[in-house]
Design a protein around this ligand. Sequence first.
Ligand code: HEC
Ligand code: HEC
Length: 392
Amino acid sequence: MRNIVLASVAAGLAVLAAGFVPGEPSAQAPPAGGPGRQPASPPAPGAQGEDALHKAASATFKPIPSMVPEVKGNPVTREKVELGRMLWFDTRLSASGVLNCNSCHSLAAGGSDNLETSIGHGWQKGPRNAPTVLNSVFNAAQFWDGRAGDLRSQAQGPIQAAVEMAATPEHVTKVLSSIPEYRDRFKAAFPGEREPVTFDTVTRAIEAFEATLITPASRFDQYLEGNRAVLTAEEKRGLGLFMEAGCAACHNGVNLGGQDYFPFGVVERPGADILPPGDKGRFQVTKTASDEYVFRAVPLRNVALTAPYFHSGKVWSLEQAVGVMGVAQLGKELAPAETAAIAAFLRTLTGEQPRVELPQLPPSTATTPRPQPLVKNSLEPAAAVQRQAPPR
Ligand code: HEC
Ligand code: HEC
């Protein structure tokens, strides 16, 4: 995992600038930018501009593949995916019997909960906004601070987190071993294992299911694959600005983010209303002073579906989030028309949502531990991030 290298931002910008000068070849190009410029309606780039834009975009971003990707060290088999889908929806993995993964990552709502920060065990308010699980298989690191390297170790987090599902590995394996159909399905999904029902196989089955939660064929993907007419002039202008202004130095690749960490506030730290001082981000993982308020450049796929924004969940409008980024990360006050164009581009990142069939969960038996819906938990939200410390 790479650590924050600000030089890479500059390098990325240089590459982008060399590959693409937005609007330049076009007769209708806007005047060269200075602070306070107010472009009127978005100009349609000329044919040459179109080519340069497409070329620059193809060098910076990658389409979501239409096939389920491979997962390192965990072959994605049908048996595992089906089992993972059952576990995803099974509330018996939580201490309360109330919460499942879908509670906070609703597959009917872009894989998130559309809350400022998540509500978990005992109606506790968690410390951070829930990122989408869609396409998370393409991220180099999981969580806002990247503290889990893959989805397998990630899945250990929420099951045990006191403010999320508040369970223990013992509780989970006890529940699943007490149900004959689950025992059979674990045996079929993990044929090589002497003891098929373990916390490790639980997380591997969930990881295999999550690998199927990808959203190909967004309008932007169609554009990258050669259908240039699929984006409007406004959306193309937004795409050009996204690269020209420097957003793409951090938000690039398949997921337009999810690969690296940067300070929230490279140029100017946002106020406490957006960046609450209590959550120091990656510092909590590395204990290195330079990692204070460092967070993962969030993947922007399906961002139109996943409001509110930022780890604090304090911003509900995509336009405002774009404006905050301009000032905080680039030291640029974007004009309203520029913000609108970039937001229009970001809305083209909504892909085909996975069609997930609800599983039929096998009933509990006499030996299945009973749910405890009303057990209180007194952890303060601030302590919760620590409690969810790196797995293992
Ligand atoms: C109570 C709400 C809640 C529940 C239940 C929950 N999550 Fe999460 N999930 C979150 C929050 C909040 C984060 C971000 C935490 C952080 O970054 O510190 C998160 C992060 C994630 C991520 C990382 C995504 C990314 O881009 O970084 C994945 C993957 C994920 N959860 C999967 C799961 C799975 C699998 C389950 C079920 C076993 C689950 N979650 C249950 C709230 C929840
Ligand atoms: C130096 C790297 C960097 C640059 C440049 C950058 N971002 Fe970000 N972006 C981040 C980080 C880090 C976050 C996560 C902030 C947090 O902790 O909530 C983020 C968050 C976001 C979010 C919130 C998404 C969500 O789901 O919460 C949006 C939208 C966004 N960026 C868009 C942009 C746009 C548009 C630009 C250009 C104007 C831009 N970014 C420039 C690093 C960057």
